[in-house]
Design a protein around this ligand. Structure first.
Ligand SMILES: [Zn+2]
Length: 217
């Protein structure tokens, strides 16, 4: 039990994230939120990627059931309404600005905890349109799940809005992603195994080898 609640991702967590997203995950340093069953809901990405690039979006929603449900809200125009309310509802605007500040503090804390340190290039830059607009509801929901209720008012609202498709009280994982397929790994140059690769992937791998041989001539 303690293991599935830990924030430090296990290899199994990373594999699950890659399967949820259908692509290999990179620079995930913590699991921001988990399903009641233990599966990841939110990937916490390092504020500085391993290639040195600053990365402002710390909390990334990965669970396919939640991302699809949030996409439905976006398609229904919820972001426009929220952005308009931020212009007129000063109490909401204040709480949303506080969520922005919380996001920055949380990201700094992740940087400290994981040894990445400060990332001055993205000081004051959060994500999702914060602090004054709503540009990506997935970002707000990812933050709300990682921070818990009462921190991001519009993220909390979006979670309420998807409650007929997902809620935190029960596990919605069954059938949500392919748990049997090989773990996606597009970055083939870093892998030596060929098992489980599609013909296209094998051909790409061969082409990369030929290119490497050419480079060394
Ligand atoms: Zn679950």
């Amino acid at each position: 039990m303690s293991e599935t609640n830990a924030t430090v991702p296990t290899q199994e967590d990373l594999d699950t994230l890659s399967r949820q997203l259908g692509r290999p995950v990179r620079d995930v340093v913590e699991i921001g939120a988990r399903c009641v069953c233990g599966n990841p809901l939110v990937a916490t990405t390092s504020p500085r990627l391993s290639n040195g690039i600053p990365f402002p979006t710390t909390f990334y929603l990965t669970h396919p059931v939640i991302t699809a449900a949030v996409s439905r809200l976006e398609a229904a125009g919820v972001m426009t309404t929220m952005s308009e309310r931020l212009q007129t509802d000063t109490e909401l605007a204040d709480r949303y600005r506080a969520a922005h500040e919380n996001y920055l503090q949380s990201r700094n804390a992740v940087g400290q905890r994981t040894g990445v340190g400060a990332v001055p290039e993205i000081d004051g830059v959060s994500a999702g349109g914060m602090p004054s607009r709503v540009k990506c509801l997935h970002v707000l929901v990812g933050h709300a799940l990682a921070a818990g209720p009462g921190v991001n008012p519009l993220g909390d609202e979006a979670l309420e809005g998807i409650s007929e498709w997902w809620d935190g009280e029960q596990c919605w994982c069954a059938g949500a992603w392919d748990t049997e397929a090989s773990v996606p790994s597009r970055d083939l140059s870093r892998h030596t195994r060929t098992q489980g690769l599609t013909p296209d992937e094998l051909e790409q791998k061969r082409a990369e080898r030929r290119a490497a041989v050419e480079d060394n001539k």
